[in-house]
Design a protein around this ligand. Structure first.
Ligand code: NAP
Length: 248
C-alpha cells in the first residue's frame, strides 16, 4: 500500500529544489499535497501538473511563510481543498554564505524571518488542524554540524530550527503530533546553483569529504521525508535525521 495513502500534506517552498521533489514523492506515495511557493507561480504550477499527470492530487498555493496571515492561508487551503491536514513540511528557506563583516541587519532579519519565524508561524497555523498522528518535518541542514565559515547567520537559523524541533516534540507529544528535523547535505538545486555553490571550491571540498562520493540530488532527500511523514516513523519524535552521503 502507498505509504502516505489518505494523508494530506503541506510542503512549503515546493516550487523548486528539495521542496518540489518532496511534494512529488509524497504524491507518489498517495498523499494529497499543497505545493506552496513565494513568487515562482510557474514552478509551483509545473510541480502540480507533474503530480496530476502521474494520477495524484495537488494544488499550488502562494504565501510568504514569514507572514502570519499568509502562513495561515497556506494551511487553511489544504483543509478547504482536501478536508484535513496530516503532514507539514517546513522546507521554505533562504541561504547565502556571508563573511561576518558583511552581515547586515536586513540580511539577518530576512533569513531568520523565513527560516525560523516561518516554520513557527506555519506550525501555529497547522496546529488548528493537525490531529493525532500528525507529523511536522523541519528541513534543517548539515551546516549545523559542519559549521562552515561564512555561515554564521544561516547555520544560526538552522540551529534555532533544530532547537525548536526538540522543544515542540515535547510540547506536542501529548497530542500525538511528531516533530522531527531532516538535515540534507549539499544538494544541487536552483538555490545552490543561483548562489554559485555548484562548481565552487566549497562544492569540491564537500565532494572530497562525502564518503558516498557525489553531491546530493533532491530525490536523495525524499525517501527520508516520506519515512518521517509516514506511520513507519510513528515512534520517532524530536529526532535529527541527516541525509548527506555521510558528509558531516
Ligand atoms: P531553493 O532551490 O532555493 O528553493 C527554495 C524554495 O523556498 C522555493 O520554492 C521558494 O519559493 C521557497 N521560499 C523562499 N522563501 C519563501 C517564503 N518566504 N515563503 C514561502 N516559500 C519561500 O532551495 P533548496 O536548495 O531546495 O532548499 C530547500 C530547503 O533545504 C531550505 O530550507 C534549505 O535551507 C534546506 N537545505 C538545502 C540544502 C542544499 O544544498 N540545497 C542543504 C541543506 C539544507 P519561490 O521559488 O516562489 O521563491
Amino acid at each position: 500500500m502507498a505509504k502516505l495513502a489518505r494523508k494530506v500534506a503541506v510542503v512549503t517552498g515546493a516550487s523548486k529544489g528539495i521542496g518540489a521533489a518532496i511534494a512529488k514523492a509524497f504524491a507518489t506515495e498517495g498523499a494529497k499535497v499543497v505545493v506552496n511557493y513565494a513568487s515562482s507561480r510557474e514552478g509551483a504550477d509545473a510541480v502540480v501538473q507533474a503530480i496530476r499527470e502521474a494520477g495524484g492530487e495537488a494544488i499550488a498555493v502562494a504565501g510568504d511563510v514569514s507572514k502570519a496571515e499568509q502562513a495561515q492561508g497556506v494551511v487553511d487551503a489544504a483543509v478547504a481543498e482536501f478536508g484535513r491536514l496530516d503532514v507539514l513540511v517546513n522546507n521554505a528557506g533562504i541561504y547565502a554564505m556571508v563573511p561576518i563583516e558583511q552581515v547586515t541587519e536586513e540580511y539577518y532579519r530576512r533569513t531568520f524571518d523565513v527560516n525560523v519565524l516561518g516554520p513557527l508561524l506555519t506550525i501555529q497555523a497547522a496546529l488548528k488542524h493537525l490531529g493525532k498522528g500528525g507529523s511536522i518535518i523541519n528541513i534543517s541542514s548539515n551546516a549545523t554540524t559542519l559549521l562552515p565559515p561564512t555561515s554564521a547567520v544561516y547555520a544560526g537559523t538552522k540551529g534555532a530550527l533544530e532547537a525548536i524541533t526538540g522543544v515542540l516534540a515535547k510540547e506536542l507529544g501529548a497530542r500525538k503530533i511528531r516533530v522531527n528535523a531532516l538535515l540534507p547535505g549539499v544538494v544541487e538545486t536552483e538555490g545552490t546553483r543561483a548562489m554559485g555553490m555548484i562548481g565552487s571550491d566549497f562544492e569540491r571540498y564537500a565532494l572530497a569529504q562525502t564518503p558516498l562520493g557525489r553531491i546530493g540530488q533532491p530525490d536523495d532527500i525524499t525517501g527520508v521525508a516520506v519515512f518521517l511523514a509516514s506511520d513507519d516513523a510513528r515512534w520517532m519524535t524530536g529526532e535529527r535525521l541527516m541525509a548527506s552521503g555521510g558528509f558531516r
